[in-house]
Design a protein around this ligand. Structure first.
Ligand SMILES: NC(=O)c1ccc[n+]([C@@H]2O[C@H](COP(=O)([O-])OP(=O)(O)OC[C@H]3O[C@@H](n4cnc5c(N)ncnc54)[C@H](O)[C@@H]3O)[C@@H](O)[C@H]2O)c1
Length: 281
């Protein structure tokens, strides 16, 4: 039986969902501490989830010898320095998206991770949806064949209240617009299936809300595997959907369109011939 990992969560917003997830796996994880600069919030989270330790700064959390993992759920501009600090303190790091704001910072974190002997794990929870996993299985079984064309739509709605939170909507604190924030999961799902892009052309605009960062994107990609992909993102869609459509030579894979659950079931897989369909089924 592997050792139970003892966790400290930093940030009591989405961090609450992380705590619920750990507590649903009590044989593997134990949440020992919650840290938030807002002490009242930290206290409420601790009381709600029966967490024994409260901290109001990361340094205190890093000094807890009994913690194995620090889970960073703070605003984006803090992820890079906090991940560095937690690694330097000898902890594994789980970190919310966007992990950092540049490739250079990712390279630096990869180097620090290697030196530390610990792991950094970014949050890409949509990868684990059962629909997307079925597509991965079909690929691994060699049934899909080469990719031709992929389309990814992230059409959500965000109003001014969403951007009233001080860190949102600004380059310095959110680190980017919908590309690094809201659509990061949908695009990660595509890279998870197809691998990296070879070249990208995109038009980005701020059309929906009065913010610094972009909120609409139309992008055209050539993937390293030679296939093409088309991505669209907006926060101005009254009808919210997320949609993936992958055309491979042997099959077309289509996600459901539930905006925040589209990597889960149901997905449809249409074979190009009855024989391929039989293999898929
Ligand atoms: N994976 C997902 O689907 C998903 C969903 C929502 C948010 N997120 C990401 O999670 C991160 C947090 O988002 P949120 O919606 O919870 O934001 P939030 O503003 O609701 O919560 C952030 C919390 O961090 C605390 N905080 C700020 N500075 C701190 C510091 N220096 N030390 C300790 N605590 C500090 C704040 O007081 C606040 O309670 C963002 O990067 C966001 O993009 C990811």
């Amino acid at each position: 039986m592997p050792k139970k990992l003892r966790i400290g969560v930093v940030g009591g917003g989405i961090g609450r969902h992380h705590i619920q997830a750990y507590q649903s796996l009590p044989e593997q994880f134990e949440v020992l501490a919650i840290c938030d600069i807002d002490e009242a919030k930290a206290r409420t989270v601790a009381e709600t989830y029966h967490i024994p330790h409260i901290a109001t700064n990361l340094t205190d959390l890093c000094q807890m010898d009994d913690l194995d993992v620090i889970d960073i759920c703070t605003p984006p501009y803090l992820h890079y320095p906090q991940a560095q600090q937690a690694l330097a303190a000898g902890k594994h790091v789980i970190c919310e998206k966007p992990h950092v704001g540049s490739l250079q910072e990712i390279d630096e974190l990869i180097a620090l991770e290697a030196e530390s002997g610990k792991r950094i794990m970014p949050i890409f929870q949509y990868r684990f949806g059962h629909g997307l996993q079925k597509l991965k299985l079909l690929l691994e079984a060699g049934i899909a064949g080469p990719a031709y064309l992929t389309t990814v739509e992230t059409a959500w709605r965000r109003r001014p209240e969403y951007y009233a939170v001080p860190w949102r909507g600004k380059w310095e604190t959110e680190l980017g617009g919908v590309l690094v924030s809201l659509a990061i999961h949908a695009h990660d799902q595509m890279y998870y299936v197809l691998g990296p892009a070879k070249s990208v052309f995109a038009r980005t605009k701020t059309l929906v809300n009065s913010i610094e960062i972009e909120d609409c994107i139309s992008a055209s990609l050539e993937m390293a595997d030679g296939s093409l992909a088309s991505l669209s993102v907006t926060t101005g869609s009254a009808a919210e959907i997320s949609r993936h459509r992958f055309c491979f030579s042997n099959l077309t894979a289509e996600s459901n369109t539930k905006s925040y659950l589209n990597s889960g079931d149901p997905w449809t897989f249409t074979g190009d011939t009855p024989e391929i369909q039989a293999k898929i089924d």
